[in-house]
Each structure stands twice: as structure tokens, then as C-alpha cells.
Design a protein around this ligand. Structure first.
Ligand SMILES: [Cu+2]
Length: 155
């Protein structure tokens, strides 16, 4: 489904040859024992290049999610909010990427939820991640797996 959406967008516009999106701090949380789901975090900044600027799109770019092919294609973009004093997650359709602004997916905020993990990612491992965005076909990062404690400590 997400792949199909991605393809439709690619067909609708000419594709920039240079990535306009830079990704950093790509991290997968080591899942809780016995759990087959976890979260992916990263920061991204959108720097329109000449080709994307020439398209004059009203809403230039959006992040729809990300997949980790070695672990799962079943992912959702989530945000969190307080409901009666409890943090709850809910699905969001996309995150707009405004020119020269960065977005941050982090614990307690927006994140990519990874479901049905084919195997358990262990702290220290690295997995290639493909971001699903509207117009840029090649936005990737390498996610380092970290424990919850490491993430909390900012390590
Ligand atoms: Cu979630």
C-alpha cells in the first residue's frame, strides 16, 4: 500500500536527481523482551534543490513513513499525546517537510512504528532504512539499534 502510494507520487512529478532531504540520528529502539514491534527515530531536513524548486509545488515535500527491509515493511507513522494523564500513540498520515526546516522523530513524540519484526534487532546492529517521501526516491539512512536506556541517556 505504502509502496503503491509512493509510486503514484513518483509518476506525478519529475524526479530530482539529487536528494533534497538529509537524514541524521537514525535509531531503532531495541524491542522489549518478547515484543515483535518497536520504534524508529531520526531527524530530517529538507533543502530544496533547483529541480524541486522548479516544480513550484504548493506543499513541496512530505514524509509518509519509512521501512526497514531487513526487519519489516509493515510500518506506521505515529505521534503521541497525553490523554487523561497517559501518553497514547496515534497514527498520522504524514509529516510536512518545509524548506530549510528540520523535523525530529524522537521518544515521546513522532516516530515510525515497526510491526511484525522478522527478527529481533539487537543493540549495536545497523539496518538500512528507506524513507517514504513524496518526490525524492532515494532518501536513506543507516539506523543503529540502541537500548531504551542508551536512547534515554542520549548515547
Ligand atoms: Cu507508535
Amino acid at each position: 500500500m505504502k509502496r503503491a502510494l509512493f509510486a503514484i507520487f513518483l509518476g506525478a512529478a519529475s524526479v530530482p536527481t539529487q536528494a533534497a532531504i538529509t537524514v541524521s540520528d537514525c535509531v531503532i529502539r531495541e524491542p522489549a523482551p518478547g515484543s515483535d514491534k518497536t520504534a524508529l527515530y531520526f531527524s530530517a531536513v529538507y533543502q530544496p534543490n533547483e529541480e524541486t524548486a522548479a516544480l513550484r509545488l504548493p506543499n513541496p515535500e512530505s514524509l509518509f513513513g519509512a521501512i526497514v527491509p531487513e526487519l519489516t515493511d509493515y510500518t506506521e507513522l505515529h505521534d503521541m499525546k497525553h490523554v487523561d494523564g497517559v501518553m497514547t500513540m496515534h497514527r498520522i498520515p504524514q509529516i510536512p517537510l518545509k524548506p530549510k526546516q528540520s523535523i525530529t522523530l524522537k521518544p515521546g513524540g513522532k516516530h515510525v512504528m515497526l510491526f511484525n519484526l522478522k527478527k529481533r534487532p539487537v543493540a549495536g546492529e545497523i539496518y538500512p532504512v528507506e524513507l517514504l517521501v513524496a518526490f525524492d526516491p532515494e532518501v536513506k539512512c543507516n539506523a543503529v539499534v540502541k537500548t531504551s536506556a542508551q536512547i534515554k541517556a542520549g548515547q
